[in-house]
Design a protein around this ligand. Structure first.
Ligand code: NOJ
Length: 737
């Protein structure tokens, strides 16, 4: 049903208007009823306006469109920075000025929805998502997202485009930095934790924002690791791997899902009716908003499946894309497509119902304005505490011959490399609101710890001076790796070696023969073989955020035993990509237990440099054999308890991530040689024995078979418990009828 815009009074209306004239403003009514009442009053054009998202709304330039209800949502604009001038004294200039046009100047007063990429922190920047995943700590990740939401709302942001849950087994692809790793279980659980953190129990709470699981689907398989490239993957692999973290996010109640730029086996995702409508909205019952990625609808023309923007709009709305991010194709063509009968108005209604439901759920009709900021928006002691815990947890000690931890009370430390005085460079790839001056640099943190007398710093680029200072210090800590600009969107590389020149300098530093620690800042797995040969210890730290220096000092000097674990496999070389835990068996097995001469390359072995899940610490842990409460597990219900004793056999307390993997040796389709099933973290004192306990259910072994429906087979499952994806004791279990 569409009303008539001409008949409507053009006068401005505020929320003071009597509810009888705008009955949807009654917060006592159920959301579905409020949406129906509002939609009943809307014209087709006003509905289409709701599907149109505009980047960097300008309160003056866009005033007419806002008052005409031709824009429903904004991308990027924020109280802090919005791309247009603002009165420094009024924090919420952009958002509230634009919002006022929509709420008080438009016929029905539907508020705008402000979205912004709050990916790994807002003002208080946390480690990049790959670093957050390295913590293997859902509570910590949830706290980080909660903190980010609390800061984002101060700037008027109601919706973030996170978490990104594209499974990433391709380190050349720059966007692995934004991902939560390569396995469905780790990525899915971290994604759910982020959704809980952003949205809380009620996304309409004043300190919460809507989340967005992206990019649906298969984006992590971009050919050659080249961003935006085509994806050739079958539905079975999608279902058994790549769709699973999205399902986890949907089950956690994520409000929105973003379509991916890529095609899947020839069908661009913005036109992929089967995956968006049949699977996501149908099979999974996702009732939230599917948002396009940036000009993703327009790009259907470039992808060669749409003749023009009008055709692209038709295909996208039919496929189930509800909200058009920035292409303008819905605004320009949807109404005419409905009027000509080419698009069923019910499709537009469904999209608008979803968008308005989100706006009601977020409380935008009750609280459209930011107004006086409720609090200052800068890192505080409390937010830094979360940032520091997250940054420490992101430190993965990949090798150590005993040089670490350093003794904080004696010796001279030489700190060198391009990151010693870094600020912004340690924030990471997606930081629209982070500020370099908020970062505690490694040099500042080491100086605070050691005093100027015991610290030598050779800053900036590696130089001959650095080589000289190696002689004058007891140990050199070399900070290497990638600038965040070398990772993230559109920043793929053809070679995952260190940036040019760094390895040369490291060789020269190592030649002096003094203890050498390499700290690697990176947005992706890098080729680290020679770094590990040259340095006495190697820490992989990702891009750790505002507490970078403090976290490094606390790990290096042993206040904290490092406890991060790799969320992605580190391959031997670029030529070995892709490598991941979920490789499937071939007809001619190449296994680590077999003769490596059978390997698939003539010129190299096929094993990873560092397996998924790897991470050392300053103590050692001994694992007992895994024990099962029963060797049989019924398909129809119940659970078996798996236990393993883990003993801290060293002399420092530490957190051990006990990892449970499985293999299904006989199935209808080829199944991964090893797949993460669960993990449990134990914090153990020196000499202490802990027990890791896992409740194992038959449901965990469900997979999609040849007809792409879910099934669980009877028969053997091999379970393995250990400290990473390669090691550990095994035990067999039978799934019975
Ligand atoms: C394009 C990216 O692919 C997506 O992840 C992001 O949220 C949007 N741009 C908006 O910035």
């Amino acid at each position: 049903m569409t009303g008539s815009p001409q008949a409507a009074p053009a006068a401005s209306r505020g929320h003071s208007e009597r509810p009888s004239q705008r009955p949807w403003l009654d917060p006592g009514l159920p959301v579905a009823e409020r949406v129906a009442l509002l939609m009943g009053a809307m014209t087709l054009e006003e509905k289409v306006g709701q599907t149109h998202q505009v980047a960097n709304i300008h309160p003056d330039d866009d005033a007419d469109a806002l008052r005409g209800a031709r824009i429903g949502s904004s991308l990027f604009a924020s109280g802090a920075t919005g791309g247009n001038e603002r009165d420094e004294g009024v924090l919420a200039f952009n958002i509230d000025a634009a919002q006022r046009h929509a709420v008080e100047g438009s016929r029905l007063g539907v508020p705008l929805l402000f979205g912004r990429d709050v990916i790994h922190g807002h003002r208080t920047v946390f480690p990049i998502p790959l670093g957050l995943a390295a913590a293997w700590d859902e509570d910590l990740v949830e706290r980080a997202a909660t903190t980010a939401a609390r800061e984002a709302v101060v700037d008027g942001v109601a919706w973030t485009f996170a978490p990104m849950v594209d499974l990433s087994e391709e380190p050349r692809w720059g966007r692995v930095a934004e991902s939560l790793g390569e396995t469905p279980v780790l990525s899915g659980r971290m994604a759910a934790a982020m959704v809980r953190g952003f949205q809380g129990a009620d996304p309409g709470h004043p300190d919460r924002i809507a989340a967005c699981a992206k990019h649906f689907a298969g984006y992590g398989l971009a050919a050659g690791g080249r961003d935006y490239d085509t994806v050739s993957v079958g539905e079975n692999t999608l279902r058994n791997l790549h769709l699973r973290p999205f399902r986890a996010a949907v089950d956690a109640g994520v409000c929105t899902v973003m379509a991916a730029f890529n095609d899947v086996d020839g069908i661009p995702m913005h036109a992929h009716r089967h995956l968006l409508r049949d699977v996501l909205k149908g099979e999974w019952g996702f009732d939230g908003v599917v948002v396009a990625d940036w000009n993703g609808i327009g790009q259907l023309v470039n992808q060669g499946v749409a003749a023009d923007l009008c055709d692209a709009a038709r295909q996208a709305i039919e496929a189930g894309v509800d909200l058009d991010m920035s292409s303008g194709s819905y605004a320009a063509h949807l109404a005419e497509l409905v009027r000509s009968g080419e698009v069923d108005e019910a499709l537009v209604d469904d999209a608008v119902r979803r968008i308005l439901t989100l706006k009601f759920r977020l409380g935008l009709f009750e609280r459209p304005y930011v107004g006086e900021p409720p609090r200052a928006n800068a890192p505080s002691a409390q937010t830094r505490e979360v940032a520091r815990a997250a940054a420490e947890a992101a430190h993965v000690l990949v090798s150590n011959n005993g040089v670490l931890p350093l003794d904080p009370s004696s010796g001279t430390v030489h700190l060198t490399g391009p990151f010693v005085d870094a600020g912004e460079e340690l924030l990471g790839t997606w930081t629209l609101d982070g500020r370099g001056e908020d970062v505690v640099s490694p040099a500042a943190a080491f100086r605070a710890r050691l005093g100027a007398g015991r610290l030598l710093v050779t800053d900036g680029r590696f130089s001959d001076r650095a080589v000289q200072q190696v002689r004058n210090a007891d140990v050199t800590v070399a900070l290497l790796g990638e600038h965040p600009w070398r990772s993230g969107e559109a920043n793929s590389v053809s070679d995952i070696g260190l940036p040019a020149g760094q390895l040369d300098v490291l060789r020269r530093l190592a030649r002096i023969g003094k203890p050498l620690v390499a700290v690697v800042y990176t947005g992706r797995p890098l080729e680290l073989g020679e770094v590990m040969d040259l340095a006495d210890a190697v820490l992989v730290v990702w891009h750790p955020g505002v507490e970078a220096g403090n976290a490094l000092a606390s790990v290096v000097f042993g206040d904290t035993s490092p406890h991060g674990r790799l969320p992605m496999t580190f391959p031997l070389t670029t030529g070995h990509i892709p490598t991941s835990t979920h490789q499937r068996p071939t007809g001619r097995l190449v296994g680590r237990d077999e003769d490596s001469r059978l390997g698939r390359y003539l010129d190299d072995l096929v094993f990873p440099r560092l397996p998924f899940g790897h991470g050392l610490t300053y103590t050692t842990f001994d694992y007992g054999p895994p024990r099962l409460s029963s060797g049989e597990l019924s398909l129809t219900g119940g659970e078996v308890e798996l236990e393993v004793d883990v003993t801290n056999s060293g002399d420092r307390p530490a957190r051990e991530v006990v990892q449970l993997y499985f293999r299904d040796p006989v199935a209808e389709v080829t199944r991964p040689l090893t797949e993460l099933l669960d993990w449990e973290a134990l914090v153990l004192l020196p000499g202490e024995k802990g027990v890791a306990r896992f409740a194992v259910t038959a449901e965990q072994f469900a997979y999609f078979g040849r007809d792409n429906t879910a099934r669980t087979d009877l028969g053997e499952i091999v379970l393995r418990v250990g400290p990473d994806a390669l090691r550990g004791g095994t035990v067999s279990l039978r799934v019975t009828a």
